[in-house]
Design a protein around this ligand. Structure first.
Ligand code: BEZ
Length: 249
């Protein structure tokens, strides 16, 4: 999926803001080497850098990596599912952070192995991603709207929202000891209209549709969802988070 950093900043600024609790779990210390897995536009990465850490952001999107670099942060175009195959990143980091990124990566076992590969012995990792049931209502409305217009959404689904047991299996399989792993609902208020959310986050479903068809699908999803998710001028989406802290023994 192609990311548009300007649209991301406009419609997804809340993602980094809501990622701040992860910093409290990671407790980055000045001078530590920290890896941000799926750094996006680097907004949260910049907060770690500001603490005096030596930070590297990785992201599979060249556009997002370019946006991260404009903040003066080192960043590399890299799919985290390939992290375990990067010899120069082996045992390089004291800590790893990942916010709202892992659910875009279907092979989360490979990501867990890659994170273990990149850490020093005793290194720690904190992450938050969409967990089982995440945006279930949004997904249902969008899928129904696509189907109504003759498009099969199941062939396009880019999201993997694991439950606790599945994620625990990936982490322990990679050699991590789990300190904390929780699944919790976090209803999330949007800064604007849900159509901006679709433009920013649902590109895989929509980007190859002709303009009028895309508009019709979004309008129809919007209409289906408004009774459940729109109130007093605000869209609140049914996010569910899976958050964990683990370390290498
Ligand atoms: C999330 O952060 O949970 C999310 C964002 C975009 C699409 C799906 C899930």
């Amino acid at each position: 999926m192609k990311w548009d950093p300007a649209g991301y900043a406009r419609h997804a600024g809340f993602v980094a803001e809501l990622g701040v609790p992860l910093l409290e779990l990671l407790v980055p210390q000045a001078g530590e080497a920290i890896l941000d897995v799926g750094c996006g536009d680097g907004a949260l990465t910049a907060e770690v850098a500001a603490l005096g850490c030596d930070v590297l952001g990785i992201d599979s999107s060249p556009e997002q990596v370019a946006a991260t670099r404009t903040r003066g942060i080192e960043a590399r175009v890299l799919d985290a599912q390939q992290l375990e195959h990067q010899p120069d990143l082996n045992g390089r980091f004291h800590g790893i952070l990942s916010n709202a990124a892992l659910h875009w990566m279907p092979d989360q076992a490979a990501v867990a192995r890659g994170m273990a590969h990149a850490l020093v012995p005793g290194g720690r990792c904190v992450a938050e991603l969409g967990g089982a049931g995440n945006v279930a209502c949004v997904r249902e409305g969008l899928f129904a709207a696509l189907e109504q217009h003759g498009i099969d959404p199941h062939l396009r689904n880019p999201w993997t929202f694991p439950n606790r047991d599945t994620m625990a299996g990936h982490l322990e399989g990679a050699g991590f000891a789990i300190d904390m792993l929780e699944l919790f609902p976090r209803p999330t208020k949007l800064p604007g209209d849900i159509s901006g959310w679709f433009d920013t986050f649902a590109g895989v479903f929509l980007d190859d549709l002709a303009t009028a068809l895309r508009r019709n699908v979004i309008d129809s999803a919007r209409e289906r969802l408004s009774a459940d998710l729109y109130s007093a001028g605000i869209w609140t989406l049914d996010y569910v988070r899976l958050r964990f802290r683990c370390h290498l023994p």
